[in-house]
Design a protein around this ligand. Structure first.
Ligand code: ADP
Ligand code: MG
Length: 686
């Protein structure tokens, strides 16, 4: 069959097995790398390049270098040892010689390699007994007509077991031959840019030097990749919002009532965002809005205001939080705010007893509950709503697109409001969240005290305890956080228990609580309540308290092993304090020695309190791949583009996307398929 294969004309869309030399076994290996069609090979870019064109004089060679040498054979010797070896000495115009060491050498070769012949070789240099040597270098006889020193850089491809570099080079060369037939749908939209074909060709071959991300060709591919992601998100949004819904009137009565009874005024920033979301509620398309606001900016109140408009319009509202502690806290906050407005609020958790959960579910189904708070349990199959009109997701970076869709399916085109405390720059947000409109709460409530951040080695624990002693005596409440130990919840728990025991000994007159992920939710709620009420003065906890927990009187935060945490997490943790009228303190304890990155993170934490600045630094330090990964749990990874490095490209996306969608909708499918593959949830229509 192989002969038949070669005879047919190939297209980039053909499956890999259409290429001569790729059978089912090899195709399967390549599929593991995400390569299915010939076209995919074109986007399988080299990891690095070798420069075999670079010929150096022997005198300048040093161990560890990888280069080509052209010289004259001085002699060839057989060396007897445990294994037979052949040592060939080369000399160029200079005083030194280079040894080439071979373990197998056929007699035919030995005869060719007589003194005086010129030899070209390429390999890595190391220092041997006889000075510099190369072991089994690549070579060519250089004084013959068929000598062709390499003209291009040599690419090295990401590979997998059982596929050699030579195979990659051969298959990719075959794919490159098909470049003229590769669709380039955005070519006309990008005057002055290199074409897709030229860019791909360049990225596989390089030119004088290896390609770098600054090259226009690289940027061209990055742009196309970012555009594909942007288009996919826009399509997702389109899918969710094409259906018209019955517009509702903005009924502000309930919200006005709550507002009038608050002990503070909403900030202008809060009012602005509330107005934006309420305008969505009265539109004929479902709201898809992301509210970003730094830790402590008062997102809960914003959500509550929007929720009250929806309830006044007769809708049911589901509020989803990433953890049970947060769901319970939201529930309690809403209950206290909404009780006198006669709005019924329920709670639905996975850990609830069956009877309790059934009761909440029945109330929901029968429409007795207007608002329900909960965790993922909210979108379990058997949960039904009678008139779900608005879904609010708090701290959304923990939810994937899939989960969100499941929740939305519970209603008839419900509105969606997501809130996040991981603020990112606007252009970035517009790209990552092209499926959402964006509102930003850009100011904190007035009177917030700056948080004094100290970084302390953990061998100064004694001093710290002394200091806590004074702070406690002055009526302060303290969080003491024991973070993740290598992702193990059990170890984390042990660490928290140890610190809990130590603190009880060190501060015997202080009421101390312990909270961790393994407690039942009632237990957690009780402990939280005792801390909020001031009966507990210190709360030792694992990172379960990372997001959202709100106890304004707590004004001291101690974080053990702060060096293990990322910037976003540290900022979240620190955001638990600084919420009341008192000046707060955050003590980041570390265990020496610090890695350079950890030192940098702690420095940033000491110097900045601005969530936007910190998110930005986080992005710089971790790289956006990981940043994206957090949101999408690995669903969408960028292969070529880098959100941070290529940020300037983001500005181009909305306009390009609009023109494509309007003029050339088939291209949208093509680009999404090309860059996101068929495995993605939102790639197809189904
Ligand atoms: P986050 O945005 O981190 O979710 P929260 O909604 O938990 O913040 O609000 C933080 C604290 O600020 C809460 O105690 C809340 O009651 C309070 N708060 C919210 N809005 C205001 C405001 N306009 N003025 C004063 N305090 C406010
Ligand atoms: Mg919150």
């Amino acid at each position: 069959m192989a002969g038949g294969k070669a005879a047919t004309r190939l297209w980039p869309q053909d499956s890999l097995t259409a290429l001569p030399g790729i059978g089912p076994a090899l195709a399967e290996r390549m599929a593991n790398l995400g390569l299915e069609r010939i076209e995919d090979l074109l986007f399988h870019l080299p990891l690095r390049f070798q420069d075999r064109r670079r010929m150096l004089p022997i005198t300048v060679l040093r161990p560890g270098m990888e280069c080509a040498v052209l010289g004259e054979i001085v002699d060839l010797q057989r060396q007897q040892g445990r294994r037979e070896q052949w040592l060939l000495r080369l000399r160029d115009g200079g005083p030194s010689t280079l040894t080439l060491r071979f373990f197998h050498l056929s007699p035919a070769l030995r005869q060719q390699w007589h003194s005086g012949r010129r030899l070209w070789c390429f390999g890595e240099l190391r220092s041997g007994l006889h000075g510099l040597e190369m072991v089994h270098p690549e070579w060519q006889i250089a004084d013959r007509a068929d000598f062709h020193p390499p003209e291009h850089l040599t690419p090295f491809y990401p590979s997998t077991q059982g596929i050699h570099q030579q195979q990659w080079r051969r298959f990719i060369a075959a794919a490159l031959a098909l470049l003229p037939t590769l669709a380039d749908p955005i070519r006309d939209l990008l005057p002055g840019w290199p074409t897709l074909a030229d860019s791909i060709c360049y990225l596989h071959r390089g030119a004088e030097r290896a390609p770098t991300p600054c090259d226009r060709e690289w940027q061209r591919l990055a742009l196309e990749e970012l555009l594909a992601h942007h288009l996919a998100l826009r399509r997702e949004r389109e899918r969710e919002t094409t259906q018209q819904i019955v517009a509702c009137a903005a009924d502000a009565r309930l919200w006005q009532q709550l507002r009038a009874g608050l002990p503070f005024f909403p900030t202008a920033a809060q009012d602005k965002v509330i107005a934006e979301a309420v305008a969505d509620l009265t539109g004929s398309r479902p709201m898809r809005r992301l509210v970003q606001g730094d830790v402590g900016s008062g997102k809960t109140l914003v959500a509550t205001a929007v929720l009250l408009h929806a309830v006044a319009a007769g809708m049911q509202v589901a509020v989803m939080a990433p953890t049970e502690i947060l769901a319970v806290q939201l529930y309690e906050r809403l209950q206290s705010w909404l009780a006198h407005l006669n709005v019924s609020v329920g709670l639905l958790l996975g850990s609830q007893g069956l009877r309790q959960r059934r009761a909440a579910m029945t109330d929901l189904q029968e429409g007795k509950l207007s608002v329900v708070c909960g965790t993922q349990a909210l979108f379990q199959e058997n949960v039904e709503f009678s008139r779900l009109g608005l879904v609010i997701i708090d701290e959304q970076h923990r939810f994937g697109v899939d989960q969100r869709r499941r929740l939305l399916e519970k209603g008839n085109m419900p509105h969606l409001l997501v809130m996040t405390a991981t603020p990112i720059p606007r252009t970035l947000a517009m790209t990552l969240h092209a499926d959402l409109d964006l509102s930003t709460i850009d100011a904190l409530p007035p009177g917030r005290q700056p948080i004094d951040t100290l970084v302390l080695a953990d061998d100064r624990r004694e001093d710290l305890i002394q200091r806590l002693h004074h702070l406690l005596a002055a009526g302060r409440q303290v969080y003491w956080v024991c973070p993740l130990i290598e992702e193990s919840e059990l170890l984390q728990l042990q660490a928290a228990e140890t610190s809990y025991a130590d603190l009880q000994i060190a501060l015997p007159d202080t009421a101390i609580g312990l909270m961790h992920g393994r407690q039942r939710s009632e237990e957690k709620a009780q402990i939280m309540e005792a801390f909020r009420g001031g009966e507990l003065r210190i709360l030792v906890a694992t990172t379960v308290i990372e997001v959202g927990v709100d106890v304004p009187n707590a004004s001291v935060m101690v974080v053990e092993h702060a060096e293990r945490l990322g910037l976003a997490q540290l900022h979240q943790l620190r955001g638990r304090v600084g919420r009341g009228a008192q000046a707060s303190i955050c003590i980041l304890m570390y265990h020496a020695p610090l890695s350079a990155k950890a030192r940098e993170r702690l420095r940033i934490m000491r110097e900045s309190q601005d969530g936007f600045v910190i998110a930005r630094k986080d992005l710089e330090m971790r790289g956006p791949g990981e940043f994206l990964g957090v949101r999408q749990s690995g669903e969408r990874q960028l292969r070529i583009a880098d959100l941070f490095r290529d940020e300037e490209l983001l500005d181009l996306l909305p306009q390009l996307a609009e023109r494509l969608e309007y003029d050339y909708p088939e291209a949208v499918d093509l680009l999404i398929r090309r860059w996101l593959g068929s495995a993605t949830a939102y790639a197809g229509v189904g």
